[in-house]
Design a protein around this ligand. Sequence first.
Ligand code: SAM
Length: 285
Amino acid sequence: MNKLINPQETIRIIQKNNFHFQKRFGQNFLIDENVLRNIIVSSEITKEDCVLEIGPGIGTMTQALCDAAGHVVTVEIDGSLIPILRETLADYDNVTILNDDVLKLDLPKLIGEQNDGKPVKVVANLPYYITTPIIMGLFESHAPLQSVTVMVQKEVADRMQAGPGTKDYGALSLAVQYYSEPKIVQLVPPHCFIPRPNVGSAVIRLLRHIVPPVETEDEDFLFRVIHAAFGQRRKTLTNALYGGMKLPKEKTLAALSALSLPENIRGEALSLPQFAALAELLRRP
Ligand code: SAM
C-alpha cells in the first residue's frame, strides 16, 4: 500500500471509496509530510511503545505510527472509514482498529486490555469540535498516559500554554498544566489539510507529570474552584466563587488575606500554586 501522506494519494483513496467528508466529525486530513514527520519525531515513539491514536481518518498518520511503534490502537467514530482503514493499513500486523466514540470509551480498561495497563503515548490530529473534552477526558480518566502529542486549533494550543495575567489563561490552562508540561512543537497552516480548516493549527506536546506540581487533598474541589473563578471572569474572585459555588464571601476574603492576596483580585491573576493553596483553605469547614 502506498503512503497516504500527499494530496494525490489522499484524493485517490477518497474518490476510489466514494468517501464524503462529514463536517460534524471535524474531518480535516493531513497531507503534509514534514508536519507528519515532526509529529512522529516529537512524540518520541519507539518500538517499545503502545500508541493510542484518536481519529485515524483514512489512516495517514496511522501508517507512520505503525512504522515507528510496537503497537497502535486507533479509535475512529465514522463507520464509513473502517473499510478504508482496513485497506490502507493492510500491510501492518501491529494495529488494532476500533469503531467507537473516544468520549464514550473506558480508557483505563482499554489500556489494561491493549497494553497490560502500562502507560501509552497518545498521538492524534484531533477533531477540533471536541478538543477540550478529549484532552480533559484523557487526563481525568486517570488512564496511564506517558505523553499526549496532538494537533489542535492554534488558539487552543495557546490557551493550554498560557500563564496568569494573559488573555488566553483559563481553566483549560490550569487543568493541562496540573496534569502535564505543555510545549508547542510547530504551527501548521490550513493548506496542510484536505479540506482546509478555517483556522490555524498547532502541534502541542503534553508531557504527563509523574506527580502533579501542586499538592491537593481534593482534586475535584480544586477544579470546582478553578471553574467557578473563570465562569465569571470579569468578576472579582470573591464574587465569582459566591456566584458559582455559593461560597460565603467572608470565607473567600479570609482565605485571600491568609495568602496575602488583595481582596479585589480576579481569578485570572492566580497561579496554579495559588489556586491550590486557596482551595485547601476554602475546603476547611
Ligand atoms: N488522523 C487523520 C489525519 O490526520 O488525516 C484524521 C484527522 S481528522 C482532524 C479527525 C478524525 O477524528 C476524523 O477521522 C473523525 O472522523 C474522527 N473523530 C471525530 N470525532 C470522533 C470521536 N468522538 N471519536 C473518535 N474519532 C472521532
